[in-house]
Design a protein around this ligand. Structure first.
Ligand code: UD1
Ligand code: CA
Length: 461
């Protein structure tokens, strides 16, 4: 659609959230409320203006590719539009207006609404919905005796409605299209004589109706989609709906999700076909999961790439890392940020890795800490091995070259290097570099004292 600009209202505080954070900055499924709205409208037009006020710096920082208008004082939705007058000066096309708190709105719905507006050659259109519980919403007042879509006489806010008007179940979604010059002319007539002493954008509809303008009313077929978030309860409700949507989309693309109700997958996550996600898995942020991957229950994966055919067993926590193909991990492995596991690596239970890389086929199967280490291919890290990377002030690197073997319960005091094919005997404390192919033993010698054990037993009570 040419000659269309979009304006998103995102300046309000959102008092009902009881939060220090501006309402539109609250997240569902890994995106802020206003980001969801922006993503839904961007395919319609790239020309988007966002009205910001409360925590404007944070809101501005969170949105890319849009222009901003400041509303210094939040005097109502009508006032927010008035603040955009200069930014829209000279523009004679249509303005699509949306609130920043309708995260479930879909692009297709917006397109249908715009099509309706165009086909009907309306000067303004309102998107409405029939809802079971209209409490808190503005109510649509229809003209008596009219049967067509142009039959609106105004919108009355919940707090200003009469008992009879409160019974109306058709509500204002706060999504509109206006002919822009006509909108600003009507806005100049809006007064703040109402329960909240605010300039209501909704009053514009009454004003245009009185002037006899052609106003379209389009009822959304899906009342859920237009839910405007005002409370934490609505955040939870929306999050569930959004997660279900994401799971459905992934299942349509060939991903097996055994229990969508307990699965949390953020909107931007990508997952390949034939991957199986067990119940109670969380995959967040910008994670990309390959094909044929298995992710078992109670694992939490954030901003991580996982290659094809890898298995993540129960209870793994993985942040900001890159995992190759045919890797097996867990149960109960923890990958902190900056881990690189090459193909065919095996990481077992209670292994913690941070800022390290493991080469192809290397293994750390039990109870190890690997921090700031560069580990080659075919390396075996025994049970209980620790890279001692921190002296209380600074962090130091450990290097373990290809095919080295680190015996169980050894400590590698960094900075230190184990050469190619080097062998560290179990229970060693390694403080100096181990040359390639060398066997290194760094532990106290064993002393056996004959017949001393019964003697000790007799003495103890
Ligand atoms: C608004 C509508 C109501 C509709 C409901 C749908 C008005 C007067 N009422 O009420 O008819 O049923 O949305 O969800 O328009 N905002 C600003 N500046 C302000 C005030 C608000 O930018 O000064 C922004 C908010 O950040 C929010 C949006 O406008 O994104 C809607 O504001 P909100 O306070 O949630 O309006 P409601 O009371 O829900
Ligand atoms: Ca609202």
């Amino acid at each position: 659609m040419n000659n269309l600009r979009i304006l998103i209202l995102a300046a309000g505080k959102g008092t009902r959230m009881k939060s220090r954070k501006a309402k539109v900055l609250h997240s569902v499924s890994g995106r802020t409320l206003v980001e969801h709205v922006l993503r839904a409208v961007q395919p319609v037009s790239k020309d988007v203006l966002v009205v910001v006020g409360h925590q404007s710096d944070e809101v501005k920082a969170s949105l890319k590719g849009v222009a901003f208008v400041d509303q210094k004082e939040q005097l109502g939705t009508g006032h927010a539009l008035m603040c955009a007058r200069d930014a829209l000066r000279g523009f004679t096309g249509d303005l699509l207006v949306l609130p920043g708190d309708v995260p479930l709105i879909r692009t297709e719905t917006i397109q249908e609404f715009l099509q309706f507006h165009q086909d009907g050659k309306f000067e303004a259109s309102v998107l409405t919905a029939d809802v079971v519980n209209p409490s808190g919403y503005g109510r649509i007042i229809r003209k008596a005796g009219r049967r067509y879509n142009t039959e609106i006489s105004g919108i009355v806010e919940h707090r200003d409605a009469t008992a009879k008007e409160l019974k109306i179940t058709e509500i204002n979604t706060s999504i509109y299209v206006f002919n822009t010059p006509m909108l600003f002319e009507a806005l100049s007539k809006v007064r703040n004589e109402n329960a909240q002493k605010e300039y209501y954008l909704t009053d514009v509809i009454g004003i245009l109706s009185t002037e006899g303008r052609r106003i379209g009313v389009w009822k959304s077929p899906d009342a859920d989609e237009i839910l405007g978030i005002n409370t934490r309860q609505e955040i939870a409700y929306t999050d569930r709906a959004m997660r279900r949507r994401k799971c459905d989309a992934l299942m349509s693309e060939g991903v097996t999700i055994l229990d969508p109700a307990s699965t949390f997958i953020d909107m931007d996550v990508q997952i390949g076909a034939d991957t199986v996600i067990f119940p109670s898995v969380q995959i967040f942020g910008t994670s990309v999961i390959g094909e044929d991957v298995t992710i078992r229950s109670f694992s939490r994966i954030s901003n991580t790439h996982i290659g094809a055919r890898t298995t993540v067993q129960e209870g793994c926590i993985v942040d900001d890392s890159r995992i190759g193909e045919d890797v097996t991990m867990g149960p109960y492995s923890r990958l902190r940020p900056g881990v690189l596991l090459a193909d065919k690596v095996k990481v077992g239970n209670f292994v913690e890795i941070k800022g390290s890389s493991l080469g192809v086929g290397s293994k750390a199967m039990h109870l190890a800490y690997i921090g700031d280490a560069t580990i080659g291919t075919g390396v075996n890290i025994g049970a209980g091995v620790i890279t001692v990377n921190y002296d209380g002030t600074r962090k130091y690197p450990t290097t373990i070259e290809d095919d080295a073997f680190i015996g169980s319960d050894s400590q590698l005091i960094a900075p230190v290097r184990v050469g190619k094919g080097g062998f560290v005997a179990a229970g060693s404390t390694i403080t100096e570099d181990v040359p390639a192919e060398a066997l290194s033993i760094g532990r106290g010698r064993q002393v056996n004292k004959e017949n001393r054990a019964p003697h000790r037993k007799k003495k103890s009570p």
